[in-house]
Ligand binder design. Sequence first.
Ligand SMILES: Cc1ncc(COP(=O)(O)O)c(C=O)c1O
Length: 443
Amino acid sequence: MDHFSHSDGSLHCEGVPVAAIAAAVGTPTYVYSAATLRDHARRLADAWASLSPRICFSVKSCPNIAVLRTLVEAGTGMDVVSGGEIARALRAGCPASQIVYAGVGKSDEEIRLALRERVGLLNIESEPELENVQRLAEGASRAAHCALRVNPDVDPRTHRHTTTGTRETKFGVDLAQALAIFRRHGRNPFALLDGIHLHIGSPVYSTEPYVESVRRALALMDTLAADGIRIRTLDLGGGFGADYETGQSPDARRYAEAVTPLLAPRVRDGLEVILEPGRTIAANAGVLVTRVQYVKRGGAKTFVICDAGMHTLLRPSHYDAFHFMWPVHPAPGFVPARRAREMSMDGLEAVDVVGPLCETGDYLALDRELPPMSRGDLLAVFTAGAYGMSMSSRYNSHALPAEVLVDGAEARVIRRRETLDDLLAHEDPHGARIGIPAETAAP
Ligand SMILES: Cc1ncc(COP(=O)(O)O)c(C=O)c1O
């Protein structure tokens, strides 16, 4: 599953003791395993090999440039959702042709950047956006390949905050609208609309929603073909599950086996398939290492108060997400054999694992059974590589954590911990005056 293990009684990432990283760079720190990133990318590519898809890693899940570079070197393209993510993908060495760009609110500036850099595919989320891309592409005398994001109205059976493929969400256009948009705009010479984009939600632990949404997309393709509009690209999006507990997620092969029979004949006829996996590659490639500041006992509950909280890892409080966590140095008798919601060991203590923020919702786990924890202990929060650092914030004016990438026996800082100077760098106690022209100023 990944390259983190409690070998010799203490947590290692590949060949490096996690405690040594914490001693060198402090906490909280995200630690990523390059071998796990490569393994997961390779497993996914192998599973889908018969369709020869273009695999574009979803940058939003783990956007550090060194992580992206590791995956670019392993052969993945990049799925981006902003100008900032385009810049990251390019800085990581991803060829612009291997970038696919989604997002419901692309600004003119971002679209111009995508056109200038010749990003491979723009995933369009609405008709007004398509018209804007046509206008900007014509202005730049540059044609752009586009796919229309179709909302197939399929329930992915995941958390409501990460459901994107049902019609009441803001993403894409429904099937009837899609047909009309292709008919109206399918022959525009600047926004070359020859693709369909799907992304139904995340994480999706069952294969049926993929099968159903692909069926609906293929029916749309056939209707369009009858009108003489040929679809060359089908982007299935991401959303494949990750193991937050041992064995929780279907193997990459199960998703591929469910969908391949539908797509294999189309691929033989020239259809290109794109996948946009984030979590399934990055989640188990990262742990968050936090240090216990205090343990507060004697009241209604026992609180293990850490230097990481919802500002460092938002998923538990935002999505009710479960993250397995365990001491980096467990006492003898507490070395875990597997990661599960319920750990059957004598001597565990039910605690709330909380952060330092002034919010009741600032927690990493509630009523979690852990070995007895003490001030100064290191705690590892697993499966934190996706939507961990990327959703962190400076709330309560905490500086952002460090990030470290381990490859074999080597550990490198790939994002240094922010300092207090970094935290204050963009602010001006006096403010910089904006020159408002006199005629626009209020009387
Ligand atoms: C358009 C799109 N593609 C891909 C992804 C990646 O999803 P996951 O990380 O679950 O694979 C997302 C996630 O929100 C997305 O919005």
